[in-house]
Write a protein that binds this ligand. Structure first.
Ligand code: PHE
Length: 516
């Protein structure tokens, strides 16, 4: 069909004596104007045709006018209907058949011309004048004339005004169309437009050239359309959590932090709790909060000495502490769990640093971070899942205090655009002092909790064997919270898990956190 339309257009331009335009072509071939224009533009691109945009005013039939063209004018339709029904009809019945407004219009006009009479008590319309000439439906006939010849200059201004302004059956609208003329490559019009230049074509051209013929006319090439949209490539999309994680990682690396290895979801209770001086009766260690493994249920103890030092610190303390004063259970410490926080990894790293110190006699200050998944036995709702990601950071150095902790956290968050922070005293079994971190949320107009922090207790660090004047400042926060705030997620299940909409993932912007 397209090839056909193209050929028809070219033939018409070739043969027509008068000016050719898109509107004329559309009526001539009875093809939608837009379709003709599409075809013309293609031919214009390949320089077969030249197009000039034009404008003109045409008469268009309004919605009410179209109804008359379809059904006849209301008064004539009413008379025709009465004739059909034996000169009488109940008005209500006509209302349901033709629409109340349409009947009302015809009713008024027919009464005025004394064609009908109306009896109110019985709601009956009776035909009085049976001589109404149905072919004299002026309105219908005139509207038909307008469709046949939409050029306003062929109709009297008085008539146009009456139909447009008074009766609102027509509108005069400006429309755009194209004047069509032959282009520089008109003679190539029906030739296939090549999109690729092949070696075969080159040798054909060469042969033509050798024979002294005009090789340049042998093929007709499609012009490049630099504005054409490329093919949509269906790629994957980075999950918002991954984007935000990338940004957190970049900032922490910029600040000189090194990444801790977090590739173990299964952890022993020992590293997750005991090494952090978290007593065994602590409610967080209950199965209501923590997932315990049934197989393998227990872990091996590798450094028995350290294990015993932790036991003693819990039971009776030492080095200035009285400990927790209870009987520490080895069995409880060796239970395997899914780690409830990445502070378990921090504990392992600090222990390693202490081992290095023991073997070399030199303590090297370090800044560590990690971003990975943790698990808690939570009841699920729109802001809680049983697994989430934590961003953990720590600095181990000589004589660090609360001042360093606050400025480090401020510096860290400032780089995400989180500038208004508040610190609130809190409690953790493994840090003293401890502080919850709150950030001002411009959207919620309040401070929201974004993290927890503190200075690790000597009861945690000394059994590891770290030098006494080394202190460790640390903090942890959820990755989901800033991601939800940044991307406007109200329900965490839309962000993480099987209900995630893959399209949202593809559309989500490149990371850029700014919750202020
Ligand atoms: N482990 C804490 C939590 O899960 C965060 C934290 C890390 C607090 C380090 C203090 C120090 O919320």
């Amino acid at each position: 069909m397209e090839q056909e339309l193209k050929a028809l257009i070219i033939k018409q331009v070739q043969e027509a004596k008068d000016e050719v335009n898109s509107l004329g072509l559309s009526t001539l071939f009875a093809v939608d104007h837009q379709k003709v224009v599409g075809e013309l533009k293609g031919l214009n691109m390949s320089e077969v045709l030249n197009l000039t945009q034009m404008e003109k005013v045409v008469v268009e039939i309004s919605e009410d006018g179209k109804e008359i063209l379809e059904k006849g004018s209301p008064e004539f339709k009413l008379v025709a209907e009465l004739l059909k029904r034996g000169d009488k009809a109940v008005k209500k019945e006509l209302d349901t058949a033709f629409g109340e407004k349409y009947v009302r219009l015809g009713f008024a006009a027919a009464i005025k011309s004394k064609w009908i009479e109306y009896d109110k008590p019985s709601d009956t319309i009776t035909l009085k004048n049976k001589q109404v000439d149905m072919s004299k439906d002026e309105t219908f006939n005139q509207l038909k004339k307008f469709t046949e010849n939409p050029d306003p200059s062929s109709h009297s201004e008085e008539l146009l005004k009456d139909y447009e302004k008074k009766r609102k059956f027509i509108n005069r609208n400006k429309i755009k169309f194209y004047k069509v003329e032959k282009g520089p490559r008109f003679d190539q019009g029906l030739k296939k437009q090549e999109a690729d230049l092949t070696t075969e074509m080159l040798s054909e051209m060469q042969a033509e050239m050798k024979e002294g013929k005009d090789w340049s006319k042998l093929f007709s090439f499609k012009k490049y359309n630099y504005l054409a949209e490329g093919k949509k490539i269906n790629t994957g999309g980075l999950h918002p959590l991954l984007k935000v994680r990338t940004q957190f990682r970049e900032i922490l690396l910029e600040l000189g932090f090194q990444e801790m290895p977090t590739n173990n979801f299964v952890e022993s209770s020992f590293w997750n709790f005991d090494s952090l001086f978290q007593p065994q009766q602590h409610p967080a260690r209950d199965s209501h909060d923590t997932f315990f493994l049934s197989n393998p249920r227990y872990c091996k103890v590798l450094d028995k000495d350290y294990f015993m030092r932790v036991k003693n610190m819990h039971q009776s303390g030492g080095q200035g502490s009285v400990g927790w004063q209870y009987v520490w259970s080895e069995e409880e410490a060796t239970k395997n769990i899914l780690r409830t926080h990445t502070t378990a990894v921090s504990a392992r790293m600090l222990y390693k640093m202490a081992q290095d110190f023991k073997s070399t006699g030199v303590f090297t200050p370090r800044k560590w971070f990690s971003i990975d998944r943790v698990f808690r036995n939570e009841s699920l709702d729109s802001t809680h899942l049983a697994e989430f990601h934590q961003i953990e950071g720590l600095i181990a150095d000589y004589n660090l205090g609360l001042g360093e902790l606050i400025t480090t956290i401020e510096d860290f968050f400032c780089r995400f655009g989180i500038k208004k922070l508040k610190f609130k005293p809190a409690y953790n079994p493994y840090t003293e002092p401890s502080m919850e971190i709150f950030a001002w949320h411009e959207g919620f107009k309040k401070y929201v909790e974004i993290g927890n922090s503190g200075i690790f207790r000597p009861e945690m660090l000394l059994p590891m064997g770290l030098p006494e004047d080394v202190s460790v400042i640390a903090w942890g926060l959820s990755l989901e919270r800033p991601t939800m705030i940044h991307y406007g997620y109200k329900n965490i299940r839309d962000l993480f898990g099987h209900e995630v909409n893959v399209n949202d993932t593809k559309k989500s912007s490149i990371y850029c956190i700014n919750i202020n």
